[in-house]
Design a protein around this ligand. Structure first.
Ligand SMILES: C[S@@+](CC[C@H](N)C(=O)[O-])C[C@H]1O[C@@H](n2cnc3c(N)ncnc32)[C@H](O)[C@@H]1O
Length: 352
């Protein structure tokens, strides 16, 4: 990029960055209002007045938000008459695929999680940068102190949280799990245990790829309870069972292969060492990977900040993961890119 292009681009790039939160808020509010579900019922569109009445909102404010959302191409704005006096708002079919809660690949829970958890924590980023810990940020944003056992404190604080969070994880995991299940030949294993397996999306993908395998999802009791409302019907449940427990405190269920997906990045090194210590048979792991110079990919750099803000973990490079595992005696470390979502990689290592 030459200097002239850069200097003309910069003001608009900056504008885009510093006003980015405004666009997020329009998405958050319209998703929280279930606007896309409402518009799906009214195929011919709705006026601002009809929407405001239905949702008990202020008409003028509703009109402005709808117009901004239409400007952002989240919804469509048309007119019924030539005079263009009455605007009709409706869904774009391709956007409704991800914003309508009844659609199989919707991202509603991810957006609600960003709105209710990540956004409030980002507002206290300065506190986290100064102290290097998110304890104060959690206190300022939610009124409780974050302990290392975050999940338990979060799950206990808000019953809705576990369901929304697991739904969000389920959406992500449903994209990545089929690729993870195929990344290595796991046919020699009969019993797999997915530690912190959440909704069971990876367990179902493994059971479908290897019909002779039994997969145990091991997660906190609150998560196991919430998962029952998310995961598929009985027909897909065979060969997958859920066991409640704490992977730091309790014995792991017996298995020939232990899998971690989006678990190691949640925790600081001392906790990761504790988990790896307990994983004595085999280990297969799936995480986002940073390049060795930590200059990308951008999504992983974003997660690296998010893990500092939301958990007390970090993203790591392939070398950092290999060294962590080697410290515990694991050999034959392999790492493979899993297509489907960002820089998601499957890793496997063996006990000699
Ligand atoms: C980031 S989510 C990943 C979920 C799932 N592996 C996936 O990729 O969709 C972290 C999971 O670890 C679980 N978890 C957190 N602390 C745990 C603990 N001490 N024992 C067992 N599971 C735990 C959470 O309940 C949650 O389901």
């Amino acid at each position: 990029m030459d200097n002239e292009t850069r200097s003309t681009l910069w003001p608009s790039l900056l504008l885009d960055i510093y006003t980015g939160f405004q666009k997020s808020q329009v998405l958050f509010v319209t998703t929280e209002l279930q606007l896309y579900d409402l518009l799906a019922i009214h195929q011919n569109g709705m006026t601002a007045n009809e929407i405001a009445n239905k949702k008990k909102l202020n008409l003028d404010a509703t009109e402005r938000i709808l117009d901004y959302a239409a400007g952002l191409k989240l919804i469509k704005k048309d007119f019924r008459s030539e005079s263009k006096t009455v605007a009709i708002y409706s869904n774009y079919p391709e956007i409704a695929e991800v914003l309508q809660s009844s659609k199989p690949n919707n991202m509603v829970a991810a957006i609600i999680h960003a709105s209710r958890t990540q956004y409030p924590l980002y507002q206290h980023l300065m506190t986290t940068i100064k102290s290097g810990s998110n304890t104060e940020a959690y206190k300022n944003a939610f009124g409780f102190e974050m302990t290392l056992e975050t999940f338990e404190s979060l799950y206990e604080t808000d019953n809705d949280y576990s369901a929304t969070f697991l739904q969000y994880m389920h959406q992500l995991s449903s994209i990545t799990s089929p690729g993870v299940a195929k990344a290595f030949d796991l046919s020699p294993f009969c019993e797999i245990c997915d530690l912190g397996g959440g909704s069971g999306a990876l367990a179902y993908a493994l059971a479908s790829e290897y019909p002779n395998v039994t997969v145990t999802v091991f997660d906190l009791a609150t998560a196991v309870e919430a998962a029952q409302k998310i995961t598929p019907d009985e027909t897909e449940r065979h060969n997958v069972k859920f066991v409640a427990g704490d992977f730091f405190q309790d014995e792991f269920p017996p298995a020939g292969l232990y899998t971690f997906a989006r678990i190691l990045h949640d925790w600081p090194d001392e906790k990761v060492h504790k988990l790896l210590d307990k994983t004595f048979k085999s280990l297969k792991s799936a995480e986002l990977i940073m390049n060795e110079t930590k200059t990308g990919p951008l999504q992983t750099l974003r997660y690296n900040v998010q893990m500092m803000i939301e958990m007390s973990g970090r993203e790591r490079t392939e070398t950092e993961y290999r060294l962590l595992l080697e410290q515990h005696g694991f050999v034959d470390f392999k790492c493979k890119f899993v297509a489907g979502y960002s820089s998601f990689h499957a890793m496997i290592a063996k006990k000699p």
